[in-house]
Ligand binder design. Sequence first.
Ligand code: CA
Ligand code: CA
Ligand code: CA
Length: 352
Amino acid sequence: GTDIFKVTVTSNAPESYGLGVTEVVWTATDANGNVSTGVQKITLVDTTKPVLKLPADKTVEATALKTPVEIGVATGTDIFKVTVTSNAPESYGLGVTEVVWTATDANGNVSTGVQKITVVDTTKPVLKAPADVAVPATGTKTLVNLGQATASDIFGVVLKNDAPADGFPLGKTVVTWTATDVNGNVSTAVQNVTVTQTFKVQSFNASRSSVTNTIFPRISFENTSKSTLQLSSIKLRYYYTIDGERYQSFYTDYARVSGSNTRVIQSYVTGSFQKTTGKTGSDYYLEIGFTSGAGSLKPGESVEIQCRFWKSDFSNYYQTNDYSFNGLATGFTDTSKITAYSYGNLIAGMEP
Ligand SMILES: [Ca+2]
Ligand SMILES: [Ca+2]
Ligand SMILES: [Ca+2]
């Protein structure tokens, strides 16, 4: 304040100011009691955003299709009261979810931040292969019912195995089962499949001349399975080329079962001739069978057959071009060139 005389200046200014506008009244008084007043406006604002501190990004293994995750809590700091919120879901699907945190102070100033929550699946499916199986052969290849593997995973699983589509060979084959979840995690498990031989065939030729008017197959076979076979279900085939089409005849000289019930079955043996086409070493085969009177063949029992066949005019056969002919063996020798069938299924030997 200025005046000719002494002036005293006062105000009602507070020590500190709240938000908004405060009017400070200044008063100047001279020595003679003359007073002047004026108003000074003090405005306090808050345009400062809260300081937002986020919890750390997080990567977790899936525990469900939607995985609950403890994501922590963000904090907001400001001179004024702060409210912190987020759009966090209760649980998280696979992949990255962005959680947006928002801190808002009492004056409407807002800070936001993003926390990344990543859910991964690195867990392999739980796979259990079916039990090992052992089955008697039904042919050179045997179809085997493997049973079903079980595979579980939180996510979808594709189950496969490498079993041969056309059946299993004799002996042990390891089947590998594979379970792959939709996220590419793979588990494997193995199953042993054992196919046991059910039948063993041996043979030789009583006449080993390259030219002969009668073919004399000697055939022996054994039931090497663990179950009893009905002889009437068994067929044997001897493959040859006829070398001149004629009517043919068959005769059994000898047929005998050896084992727990040794007996002669000569009168129960049948022989018939079948033409073949497209086979190397064969345009005919002799099929040997048994009528029901031949009975059964227990495990470990064997049958020996001595038979002959010839053409109606006794014209010659050439044996060296015959698939089933063995010009070398002089006694019973393992052979794969005479085939055996049970109920029509190949159980021993290989067809030409
Ligand atoms: Ca603020
Ligand atoms: Ca998985
Ligand atoms: Ca021939």
